[in-house]
Design a protein around this ligand. Structure first.
Ligand code: OSB
Ligand code: MG
Length: 385
């Protein structure tokens, strides 16, 4: 394994304007988790305009504040009225590192901040002619792809059918969403259907209550199924509850919603709440914090992997570069574009033998098609206003 090179500083860019580009895309199939059923993605891309190059980032918020406090309309508002003016005010020459420092006085809003950071880094990288993966120190050219399977409208038969289809396509592991009332029976059926050779894991999306004996019994039942991990069974702030139950289970607990930053990752790992950490660059405020979480976990022998938020090609490009770093150990939620969209907004990501290729062209390596951008509603925040 190559040692990870330090991130080499890139030249600052001068931002002329920041644009918010509206995304409203139907999913190829509904996606249901313990926090609700989604049939489309309603989100925003951020375009940072500089004289040399435009940079792109994706705001990974859902339309409603159901995964965390963040939601798309709130992100648009905080960017327009607060974050973008703060980024542009003290002088328009910025680096990706400056995004974090200039926006630090805003509490939360990590998904909004992350999109700006990625867009600025993308503009810097395109100007320098360097690929994001190379800049971050990627150690592989392709990343193993998992697939995240929602709770199907059609119950167990549809679950088995969907999973069989994804395995035929070549996905290397299956993450099934569970919730109280849809857990031990469907996962037992799924395990019997796919056999013990398939890497299977579950994600509770914070839907279980540690003080409800029926919920704990169900999780104890899942612990018998030889799963690779159980992701975020309890609420976001329930670090101690995760630690208490993780100590009893043989299946590692992976935290997603709970991990906001590297400090929280350290506390979760050191308390035994997380044996594995899911890194989503939106949830943690950007790529730079994602790398710090990787560092924190790697130093403590804890593997990480790259989660997803049903991204378009823009967000997926950054995810796939991140997933190519040392320390990322499991197939991620880095599925191919066609698992989500009939037509992606960028050149699609495709599955090749269970892997997705890491983009190697300058910047994030994907750009939304001009024909698509022209039709998408745009709000522009100029430097001089
Ligand atoms: O918990 O990992 C999650 C999607 C939206 C919100 C939360 C989650 C998810 C997924 C989808 O599981 C992963 C993907 O992008 O394929
Ligand atoms: Mg999750």
């Amino acid at each position: 394994m190559n040692p990870t090179p330090a991130i080499v500083p890139l030249a600052a860019v001068t931002i002329d304007a920041v644009e918010l580009v509206r995304v409203d895309l139907p999913l190829v199939r509904p996606f249901t988790t313990s926090f609700g059923r989604q049939t489309r993605r309603e989100t925003l891309l951020v375009r940072v305009r500089t004289p040399e190059a435009d940079g792109w980032g994706e705001i990974v918020t859902p339309a409603a504040p159901v995964y965390s406090e963040e939601f798309t309309a709130g992100a648009a508002l905080v960017l327009r009225d607060h974050l973008v003016p703060w980024l542009l005010a003290p002088g328009s020459e910025v680096t990706a590192e400056d995004v974090g420092t200039r926006l630090a006085r805003a509490h939360g809003h990590r998904m909004a901040k992350a999109a700006l950071e990625v867009a600025v880094m993308d503009a810097q990288l395109r100007t320098a002619g360097v690929a994001l993966a190379d800049h971050l120190g990627a150690v592989v050219d392709r990343v193993p792809a998992g697939v995240s399977v929602g709770i199907p409208d059609g119950g167990i038969p549809e679950l088995l059918e969907q999973v069989a289809g994804y395995l035929d396509e070549g996905y290397l592991r299956v993450k099934a969403k569970v919730q109280p009332g849809f857990d031990v029976a469907p996962m037992t059926a799924l395990r019997e259907h796919v056999g013990t050779g398939v890497a299977l894991q579950v994600d509770g999306n914070a839907g279980y209550h540690p003080d409800d004996p029926a919920h704990v019994r169900a999780l104890d039942g899942l612990d018998e199924l030889g799963l690779v991990m159980i992701e975020q069974p309890f609420g976001t702030d329930r670090i101690r509850d995760h630690a208490r139950h993780a100590a009893r289970w043989r299946t590692p607990v992976c935290l997603d919603e709970s991990i906001h930053d590297a400090t929280r990752a350290r506390d979760a790992v050191e308390s035994g709440a997380a044996g594995i950490v899911n890194i989503k660059l939106g949830r943690v405020g950007g790529l730079l914090e994602s790398v710090r979480i990787r560092d924190t976990c790697r130093a403590r022998g804890v593997p990480v992997w790259c989660g997803g938020m049903l991204e378009t090609g823009v967000g997926r490009a950054a995810n796939v570069a991140l997933a190519a770093l040392d320390g990322f150990r499991f197939p991620g939620d880095t599925s191919a574009s066609n698992r989500y969209w009939a037509e992606d907004v960028t050149e699609p990501f495709v599955l090749e033998g269970g892997y997705v290729a890491v983009p190697r062209s300058p910047g994030i390596g994907r750009t939304p098609r001009e024909t698509w951008v022209a039709e998408a509603a745009i709000e522009r925040i100029d430097r001089h206003r």
